[in-house]
Design a protein. Structure first.
Length: 147
């Protein structure tokens, strides 16, 4: 079963899997989104993940909330996260091309758009993940700045 299989996606939408009444009536509810999405704190610790991110990573929500982004992002080293966090704070957003390793050790090529948020003195970043095809030799995350 392929997460990106359009027939499966249409069937799940038709049957309402992952959707509830609140989701259908609320225009901005990222927990119900089809696109994989998550939030992390300044240390790269997951603070939120939606159902699609759980499906993509093959980890449960509870498992992801106990992990850091570097635990699944094979292109990201801990020192790189500090650089990315500082870049996010400075520019507000960035885009990364990277590799995520699933719970069953599959490598998924992804494009990640991340935006910095500061709300009530709490800093975090929200990310929107898209499946992509990357050149196999990509070892470091590739940054694109959008200001």
């Amino acid at each position: 079963m392929d997460f990106y299989d359009n027939d499966l996606l249409e069937l799940n939408l038709h049957l309402g899997y992952g959707l509830d009444e609140n989701c259908l009536s609320n225009n901005l509810n990222i927990s119900c989104a089809i696109q994989a999405e998550f939030c992390v704190n300044e240390y790269g610790q997951f603070t939120y993940t939606n159902n699609a991110m759980c499906c993509l990573s093959e980890y449960s929500r509870q498992e992801l909330l106990g992990m850091r982004l570097i635990d699944i992002d094979t292109s990201l080293a801990s020192q790189n996260w500090d650089d990315i966090w500082n870049l996010l704070k400075k520019n507000g957003s960035t885009q990364l091309l990277s590799h995520y390793q699933t719970k069953t050790n599959l490598t998924v090529n992804v494009s990640v758009s991340i935006c910095y948020v500061k709300q009530n003195l709490v800093e975090f970043a929200c990310a929107f993940v898209s499946y992509t095809i990357l050149h196999q030799s990509l070892k470091q995350p590739t940054l694109f700045l959008f200001v």
